[in-house]
Design a protein around this ligand. Sequence first.
Ligand SMILES: Nc1ncnc2c1ncn2[C@@H]1O[C@H](COP(=O)(O)OP(=O)(O)OP(=O)(O)O)[C@@H](O)[C@H]1O
Ligand SMILES: [Mg+2]
Length: 400
Amino acid sequence: MSAKQISVLLISPDEEIYSAIEGSLANQDNCKFTGQKDTVQGANGSAVSLTALHDVVLFDVDENSDAMLETAQSICDARMPNAIIIALAPEDLPLEKARQLKKLGVDDVLPRKAINEEIVPQVDAIRARRQAQLPAVWGGHATLGKVIAVAKSRGGVGSSLVAANMANELQCKEGFFKKKAANEVAVVDLDFQFGSIAALMDVEESDAMWRMAMEESIPDNAFLEQAMVKAPCGVDVLAAPSRYGPLSAIKEDQISAILDSLKRTHDYVVVDLPRALVEWITPVLAQADRLYLVTDVAVPSVRSARKLMDFYQAENPAIDIQLVASLEKKPLFPAAHHRAASKLLEKDFSYWVPKDDRTVRESVDRGIPLQEVSHRAPATRAIKKLADETRISMPPRVGK
Ligand SMILES: Nc1ncnc2c1ncn2[C@@H]1O[C@H](COP(=O)(O)OP(=O)(O)OP(=O)(O)O)[C@@H](O)[C@H]1O
Ligand SMILES: [Mg+2]
């Protein structure tokens, strides 16, 4: 797999730091180093314009200058999406000032003196992580897309229908013919063995995920570009494989890398989860900004939903789980079994997707979104409401 090209900029008058970083990066392939032997103020504006061109920016702060925060702000404002900004400061920089720098968007503040102990290893670790496309611990969140997982309490309850149609609605299409998508949306079908997203979105199944699993490779951008297919509705789909592979063939690192890459290129990454509790759903739970758990209100389904919620919460205590009642119209007055379900789940249902055989049947048979069958049908409106509220509570990336 090809390593990603990465560029590092150092703005510092300190000769020692300059030669240490330049030396450590000199033998790295696909790594470009640019140095500006000056302070940010001394460079008189050119430092800021250089910042906009680099993946990693290290700059020297002058803690005695009144303009320290202003300078840091101008560097942070000029950053490329996802660029990492590191301030180099004296060891005794007051905690308060370090905090202020971080608040402005500086990813880390490193002691200027600890060249070989801190600065060089840190830059090298960022370079390695970026090039391997591993999860970015330093990523600027506002510039990353949101991961939305969709899980189900039983087979056939309608979770893939929710995932596929939510993805379509999240695009927020504009224009007279609703052709232009405001948001980039990807769907990843992690129902590795029985995925149905390809059929629902009218794309070919692909063996890319199967190959990735068998070859035990870490997927990079080139893999995803080749493996993902644009559905006619505009959503990018990473389909489940057409041939059978054991669930244990997929590894957590691979799923982390897929999500990490897609978060950088898409505003929303919708993940259709399998019902099986395999280890590699852990990175999805860790990265998910929200999880929709789709269930019906029959007692066995509600019991399974409860177990799943406990499992998901044990994996990620901070996970935001929202319940979707499928195949049910929202009752005007909750019946006893609705109340019993909410009590067992210790949570109310956030959304209701009514049973809508005619619209769903036509959508599934023709592989087109519910929206294209009928924008007024009950199922279409229910999933649109879910997607609209998702978009409002989790806005798309800034500075795409
Ligand atoms: N709201 C609905 N109204 C009517 N039929 C529905 C509805 N939702 C789902 N269905 C039907 O149930 C079938 C299964 O839906 P879907 O594939 O979305 O479920 P799933 O939870 O993803 O199941 P699987 O276990 O196969 O992954 C659909 O093909 C459709 O026929
Ligand atoms: Mg499904």
